[in-house]
Design a binder for this molecule. Structure first.
Ligand code: MBD
Ligand code: FE
Length: 278
């Protein structure tokens, strides 16, 4: 239950229900691209080191830290916090459709397929305010996308994700469900809270060294799948959250922020999604 890495699973992310996306590159083109990218990395690394000019002792300290990062299982976490956002911005800025955001480190496949009315699996005594989240899923022309598979996951009120840093059942606050004939869905859950991506360990040490705070704003995770459309991996945030401007993982995009409305005994939020056809 304390496993911090699910990276082996993520290589199989396109499961049975969706056909494989085709790559346009031939094998040789792809190998050249990888080779060019590694060379570029080496060049920039050398330039960086020329500028930073570490001592031998400082270098050995860094090696020790990197070794601890690997042994702790936090390499995927570190990558998702410090690198994923830039990769996404480079691909998706000015891209039609909903802005993608971080997959993060806590996705797992095979969440239960829900029956209506949709409610994410939760403990009988699940803490937190009741949330009703809804949205329409459409294509870039505004046509509703019925039968879109919505895979949703989130943290509990302790900021913990089931199957990782949590004692909850493995698929707690994780579920999959389909949009109706209008491309609409509504799902009940609990309001997520801001959480610290790492409270101890090498990733946390790194965050402290760069003088950054360790929180992410509260968010819901989504992965939307429909045949013929680009799989949309994104997150939804809430207006007024104190960490929107300083998200340690830089996952916030203004178009992904929505209002959390008070409806008395529950909160209500909505965001519409636009999927790009392949
Ligand atoms: C998460 O849940 C997350 O959203 C990010 C960005 C990194 C690690 C875990
Ligand atoms: Fe998250």
């Amino acid at each position: 239950n304390d496993s911090k890495s699910n990276y082996d699973d993520l290589s199989k992310i396109d499961d049975e229900d969706i056909e494989e996306e085709e790559t346009n590159l031939s094998n040789t083109q792809y190998e050249h691209r990888v080779s060019d990218t590694y060379k570029l990395f080496t060049t920039h690394l050398k330039n960086f080191l020329a500028e930073a000019n570490p001592t031998r002792e400082e270098f050995m300290e860094f090696v020790k830290w990197a070794d601890q990062l690997g042994r702790s299982g936090e390499i995927p976490l570190f990558m998702n916090v410090f690198i994923e956002s830039s990769v996404l911005k480079n691909i998706y800025t000015n891209h039609p459709g909903t802005q993608p955001s971080l997959l993060g480190s806590y996705y797992i496949q095979g969440a239960p397929i829900l029956a209506k009315p949709y409610q994410l699996p939760m403990r009988v005594d699940e803490k937190g305010e009741k949330l009703k989240f809804s949205g329409y899923v459409r294509d870039v022309n505004g046509t509703p996308l019925k039968n879109t598979l919505v895979d949703m996951w989130q943290c509990d009120t302790n900021g913990c994700y089931s199957s990782f840093n949590s004692d909850a059942p493995p698929y707690n606050l994780r579920g999959r469900f389909y949009t109706d004939e209008h491309g609409f869905f509504e799902v009940e859950s609990v309001v997520p809270v801001p959480y610290q991506v790492a409270t101890d360990g090498p990733t946390n040490q790194f965050i402290k060294k760069i003088d950054h705070q360790t929180y992410r704003p509260a968010h819901l995770h989504f992965m939307l799948k429909k045949k013929g459309y680009e799989t949309l991996i994104t997150q939804v945030f809430f207006e007024g959250d104190e960490w929107l401007q300083s998200d340690v993982a830089d996952g916030v995009r203004p178009s992904l922020i929505t209002q959390l409305n008070d409806q008395g005994d529950y909160k209500e939020a909505t965001l519409n999604f636009v999927m790009r056809d392949l």
